[in-house]
Write a new protein. Structure first.
Length: 422
């Protein structure tokens, strides 16, 4: 199991060999009898950490399983994913969380960290077993009703108060259901009117972000804003951080590169929650990620079976694939972001937000060997049929994306070699 990774450039800076002992830990001397990976010309980053993945197991194993989602994650350069709670049954008990954690260990390709639901059955009414989930073997620290907003301010306040006791965080899907109801499926603007699609206005996100940062201030607890999509939300976050409020935020790869104009063909591949926004919002999100107002990139990888996605636009499921392509999309959307900044927004900071002490560590002796090796000069043309995911709702099909994940190492074990599952 020991490894020598030869000649990689750490964070795109100095070139150094990395040594991994047979316990999967980085060490300062070459272990004897080690496998050698030639990494000349490749950039080494700490393994990527995704704060927001839908693995669909239990309940929708036709769309994704913990194993296939883990394979897709490893191919994307990830060594840890947070599995969202909107499965069937919902991850709202210690038993359900422990089961997801165990299946992740059995798959063994990335660390699968279950996210617990905030409310029972995602119904938004009674708190789920937050403390029991935290005290289970899965040690849940991140709670989210993702797919649904915790829209009742009193419930959100109680959840924040509850998780504060053990340093947990509530990850909010910010969507005021009165301003953007279940039919809302397209950014509200001139285009939604022309297409005749029910609008999902940016203000429906922004009022919840504003409310939640005030609740975080009031409770002294920690809130995380999932998939920020508008310039107005960025403004609120900038203000809240300047006040010292304990808030973090993520943006998805697709909101950094795709715009609402793609909806003119009514292709349900581009139907996602929150919706694709105009270029002004995309520009504000890129700037906010670069300057640290938005802390992390999170994929919101949302696989859907054909029979849920291939419908008229208004009837199709929300969501798109993203975990295999995330790094390439980020490199394409923000080519000037340094590799150190890529590591910050895709590994170090998400690991810190999730409380995963073992992940996002510097590539130094003593750290667990979670490493991704990237060819910075390659470009990849995405083929949706070459994916490890069971689903095909891939908005990147046919596009060329910058850089290529070549090898992924999880705890000293090579999970991806030469761009293929090892
Ligand atoms: N992001 C998405 O478009 N879809 C998510 C849930 C959701 O946020 O609606 C899913 O679970 O499919």
């Amino acid at each position: 199991m020991s490894l020598v990774i030869k000649g990689a450039s750490l964070l795109g800076e100095q070139t150094r060999d990395l040594y991994v002992d047979d316990a999967g830990v980085l060490v300062d001397e070459a272990p004897s009898g080690a496998e050698t990976i030639d990494a000349e010309g490749l950039v080494a980053l700490p393994g990527l950490v995704d704060l927001h993945t839908h693995l669909r197991e239990p309940g929708r194993e036709d769309a994704e399983t913990i194993l296939t989602g883990s394979q897709a994650a490893a191919l994307g350069g990830y060594t840890a994913v947070l599995a969202m709670a909107n499965t069937s049954p919902v991850t709202d008990t210690a038993e359900a969380a422990t089961r997801v954690w165990e299946l992740g260990r059995e798959a063994g390709l990335v660390h699968v960290q279950p996210v617990g639901a905030v409310t029972r059955g995602l119904a938004g009414e009674e708190l789920a077993e937050l403390g029991l989930m935290h005290r289970s073997r899965a040690a849940v620290k991140v709670f989210s009703d993702d797919g649904k907003c915790v829209h009742d301010a009193r419930v959100m306040r109680r959840a924040l108060e509850y998780v504060k006791a053990f340093g947990g965080v509530v990850s909010q899907h910010s969507q005021d259901p009165a301003l953007a109801g279940p039919a809302a499926c397209c950014h509200e603007g001139e285009l939604s009117g022309r297409l005749g699609l029910p609008g999902w206005p940016g203000i429906a996100e922004e009022v919840i972000v504003a409310r939640d940062v005030m609740l975080a201030r009031h409770t002294g607890s920690r809130v995380h804003v999932a998939h920020v999509s508008t310039a107005g939300s960025v403004e609120v976050l900038r203000w809240a951080k300047a006040q010292g409020i304990d808030v973090t935020a993520e943006v998805t790869p697709h909101h950094l590169l795709l715009t609402t104009d793609l909806l003119t063909g009514y292709d349900p591949t581009y139907k996602v929650n929150p919706p694709l926004r105009p270029q002004e919002d995309v520009d504000a999100l890129r700037e906010a990620l670069a300057d640290g107002t938005i802390d992390a990139v999170a994929t919101d990888h949302a696989p859907h079976a054909r029979h849920d996605k291939e419908h008229a636009f208004v009837d199709a499921a929300f969501g798109m694939l993203g975990i295999e392509t995330a790094l390439g999309v980020v490199r394409t959307a923000l080519p000037d972001l340094s590799w150190a900044d890529v590591a910050r927004v895709m590994s170090t900071t998400p690991a810190r937000i999730a409380g995963l002490a073992d992940q996002g560590q510097p590539l130094e002796p003593g750290s667990p060997a979670h490493v991704v090796l990237v060819d910075p000069d390659a470009a990849v043309t995405v083929d949706r049929d070459a994916s490890a995911s069971l689903s095909r709702n891939n908005p990147w099909h046919g596009r060329s994306l910058a850089s290529r994940v070549v090898h992924t190492v999880y705890g000293g074990r090579v999970t991806v070699r030469d761009g293929a599952l090892a």
